[in-house]
Design a protein around this ligand. Structure first.
Ligand SMILES: Nc1nc2c(ncn2[C@@H]2O[C@H](COP(=O)(O)OP(=O)(O)OP(=O)(O)O)[C@@H](O)[C@H]2O)c(=O)[nH]1
Ligand SMILES: [Mg+2]
Length: 114
């Protein structure tokens, strides 16, 4: 597992004025749940859907986050791109599923948003 995907202490925001969250540590409930999960093979899954206007940088953001790469050439996403990143938080493994959805308004958007 990539070292920076192992999160053993709460990650504070880079700039506190740009986030509505002011937590300074994991919720006690998170500590309890992670403690209960220790030693189990159960894989937790979190999901994230990235949406936004055409060519605002959704795909670039995901590629930077997941693979630390950036490409200058624009290739429009067609349909839905799907990525999985594995993490370990407080010794509990989990997968983050990232759905990268193309921007052109189509029936699939209407289906997803309405
Ligand atoms: N200057 C600058 N350009 C960026 C940045 N992020 C992305 N781009 C450029 O913007 C263009 C579009 O980026 P994408 O990530 O493909 O955009 P997208 O939102 O996925 O576009 P769709 O898939 O069509 O919805 C590309 O040419 C990128 O190189 C940024 O932070 N700064
Ligand atoms: Mg894209």
């Amino acid at each position: 597992m990539i070292a920076n995907r192992v999160i053993s202490k709460f990650v504070l925001p880079y700039d506190t004025s740009s986030t509505p969250y002011n937590n300074s540590d994991f919720d006690p409930e998170v500590y309890d749940l992670c403690q209960q999960e220790l030693g189990s093979n159960h894989l937790r899954v979190a999901k994230c859907i990235v949406v936004g206007d055409i060519a605002v940088g959704k795909t670039c953001l995901i590629n930077r986050f997941g693979y630390n790469v950036y490409a200058n050439n624009y290739k429009a996403t067609i349909g839905v791109d799907f990525d999985v990143q594995k993490f370990e938080i407080l010794n509990t493994p989990f997968s983050l599923q990232i759905f990268n959805i193309f921007a052109i308004e189509t029936s699939i958007h209407k289906l997803l948003y309405h």
